[in-house]
Each structure stands twice: as structure tokens, then as C-alpha cells.
Design a protein around this ligand. Structure first.
Ligand code: CP
Length: 348
């Protein structure tokens, strides 16, 4: 991924064409070449900018009395989730319907997966039933990559294991750009606080935020930061601003954005945390801790939240919180991605 910092890069980004989203995606002359969205690590600075601007166009659509465009009319978008979800699953469904797609929802627990059907057989089956775009969540890291090898259309990763959650990272970037003065994360101190170890959200955000020039800080108990120091060192050597610390004070001081992460009890091995109560006492995002950040610092959380553990209930609903904006922006970002993929789907 390219770092978006030079004057030359900035001016080429300014000239990027934005799709006219009321029109057929195949008729758009936009520089988008990806058939799948599996993670953000393959997206260039220009790709990120195109997604952000297309999401702006989708937000304009969402503000209309009838928030619909015909872009995916006649296209089947199948949503196949092997793990629980509210935000990602519903916002993909809303996004696809806003683009006039035919939407099929499959919950693995009530499908033939429960009878032992393999992932590959399920993918072939949904394709035979007409799926042209497949939105997928799976508990196993890499599962969407396997799906992309056997599926004839486009695969969008709705979260795989601990590995990646690209659409969450993109809606997080979009929300920061929307709410930060100047409309950019470049040079802004962004803190990701909590259970980094099990977080696909953190891993995808590391790529997109450092590529966009943010000064990124990961913070949590050392047991939940294992392996990230090496990544930070490699990132720093490549010119990215990337720090790892267990000091909440160092991380939060003068922060522009604080994103709390859920303690993932379902993925937690024993011995990583003494107790949730101790975690909340030492690392929970409280009003007192947030006071170390800039007075107008944004409070974010990808959801779902354990209120009273990683984030205090009053912080979650404070004037600084943009958590519901993240959810709303998820629809615009997912509409943008479905639209852009539709434009390359047949020849990509
Ligand atoms: N942020 C997120 O992935 O939430 P869901 O699990 O509700 O989709």
C-alpha cells in the first residue's frame, strides 16, 4: 500500500474521477481494478480515496426521499455468515437493497453447513443458485480467500477470524475524515485501545490508517499486544507512524481519536487477563482517562460493546462519541464497494 504523503500523490488524488452512482457501474471510467475486497492491505492511496469519494456520493443517495439507485438491478448479492453479526450483516443487506440488488441471506447455523457441508461446496451451491456477489463472515482466518478461489463473482470479506475486517476499517477511516477538522487523518494521533490480539478490526485499521498518514498507537495489556511490536518496527522502517504501548497515559495523551475495542471473551484463552474487572480498572475508557486526550477527541468503537468493561456507558453516549455515525457510514461504504466491484465484475 502506498503512503499518501507526497505533494505529487496529493495532486493525483485531487484529480480522481468519482463515479456517477445513478448510472450503470459498467459505464463508469474509474480506476478501480479489484475483483474482491478481502483486506485493505492491497488498496493503494488512490483506491482508498476512490472508496471515500464514492461513499460521499452514496451518502447523497441516502439523503434522498427514496434512497435507491438502480446500479445492481438484476444482480444477486448473497450474504453468507458463519458467525454472529448485527452491523455488518444488516448494513450489507441495506446497502445491496439500496443498489436494487436481489439479496439472499444465509445463516450457516440453519443451512446445510449444520449437516456437514464443506465451505467450498456451499460456495459452489450459492453460485449455482445465482449469486454474483458474495459477502462472507467466517470464524477461520483466510476463509474468504479460499472462497475467492472457487467463486466466479466477487467476494467481500465481512470479517474472518482474527485476520481482517476491511469494510469496518474503511468505514472507520471515512468516519474520522468526516469528523476530524481538515477532513484528514494525516498527522492525527489515533489510539486503538483494548484487545488488539484477537481483533481483525485492529489489523485492518493498522493498514489503512498508517497508509493514510495517521500517527497510530496500539494500547492494551502486553498479553493482548503480542507480535505487534515487530509489526510496528517494520512499519516505522517503512515510514509509517506506528507505536505499541501498555501505558494508557502515554497512548491517550493529546489523542485526536480513541477507538476502544471489545474484549473478545469468546476468543480469549485462559491466562491472558486476570479478570474483566481488573481489565476495566486498568484499561477501560472512562471519562477520567478520556480527559488526557484532546478536548474534542473522537470516541469510536466498532461494536458490539461490553459497556462497563472496555468503555464506560457515559463515554459511549457522550458528545464526543461517533459510534452511531460509524454504523450509519457502514451503509455508504458498503454501497460504494458493491458499486465499484460491480463495475469490474465481468472482466476483472
Ligand atoms: N463491527 C462489527 O463487525 O459488528 P457486527 O459483529 O455486529 O457485524
Amino acid at each position: 500500500m502506498n503512503l499518501a504523503t507526497t505533494d505529487e500523490t496529493r495532486s493525483s488524488l485531487t484529480d480522481l474521477p468519482v463515479p456517477a452512482v445513478d448510472a450503470d457501474p459498467h459505464e463508469q471510467d474509474v480506476p478501480w481494478r479489484h475483483r474482491h475486497v478481502l483486506d485493505v492491505d492491497v488498496l493503494s492511496a488512490a483506491d482508498l480515496e476512490l472508496v471515500m469519494r464514492t461513499a460521499d456520493a452514496m451518502r447523497e443517495v441516502l439523503g434522498r426521499p427514496i434512497a435507491k439507485v438502480p446500479a445492481l438491478r438484476g444482480s444477486n448479492v448473497t450474504i453468507l455468515f458463519y458467525e454472529a453479526s448485527t452491523r455488518t450483516r444488516v448494513s450489507f443487506e441495506v446497502a445491496a437493497k439500496n443498489l436494487s440488488a436481489d439479496v439472499v441471506n444465509i445463516a450457516a447455523a440453519t443451512s446445510s453447513v449444520a449437516k456437514g457441508e464443506s465451505l467450498v461446496d456451499t460456495i459452489r451451491t450459492v453460485e449455482a443458485l445465482g449469486a454474483r456477489m458474495l459477502v462472507m463472515r467466517h470464524s477461520v482466518s483466510g476463509a474468504p480467500y479460499l472462497a475467492a478461489e472457487v467463486f466466479g463473482g466477487s467476494v467481500l470479506n465481512g470479517g474472518d477470524g482474527w485476520h481482517a475486517h476491511p469494510t469496518q476499517a474503511l468505514l472507520d477511516l471515512y468516519t474520522m475524515r468526516q469528523r476530524l477538522p481538515g477532513g484528514s487523518v494525516e498527522g492525527r494521533k489515533v489510539v486503538i485501545l483494548g484487545d488488539v490480539l484477537h481483533s481483525r478490526v485492529a489489523r485492518s485499521n493498522i493498514w489503512s490508517l498508517t497508509a493514510s498518514g495517521a500517527d497510530l498507537w496500539l494500547c492494551g495489556p502486553s498479553t493482548l499486544l503480542r507480535g505487534f511490536e515487530a509489526w510496528a518496527a517494520r512499519g516505522a522502517a517503512a515510514g509509517r507512524r506506528f507505536h505499541v504501548t501498555s501505558s494508557v497515559d502515554d497512548a491517550l495523551r493529546d489523542a485526536d481519536v480513541v477507538m476502544a475495542l471489545r474484549i473478545q471473551k469468546e476468543r480469549m484463552a485462559s491466562g491472558l487477563l486476570p479478570s474483566l474487572r481488573e481489565y476495566a480498572a486498568r484499561f477501560g475508557l472512562t471519562r477520567e482517562r478520556l480527559a488526557l486526550a484532546r478536548p474534542d477527541a473522537l470516541v469510536m468503537h466498532p461494536g458490539p460493546m461490553n459497556e462497563g468493561v472496555e468503555i464506560a456507558p457515559d463515554v459511549a453516549v457522550s458528545a464526543q462519541s461517533v459510534i452511531t455515525d460509524q454504523v450509519t457510514n457502514g451503509v455508504a461504504i458498503r454501497m460504494a464497494l458493491l458499486y465499484l466491484l460491480a463495475g469490474v465484475r465481468d472482466g476483472g
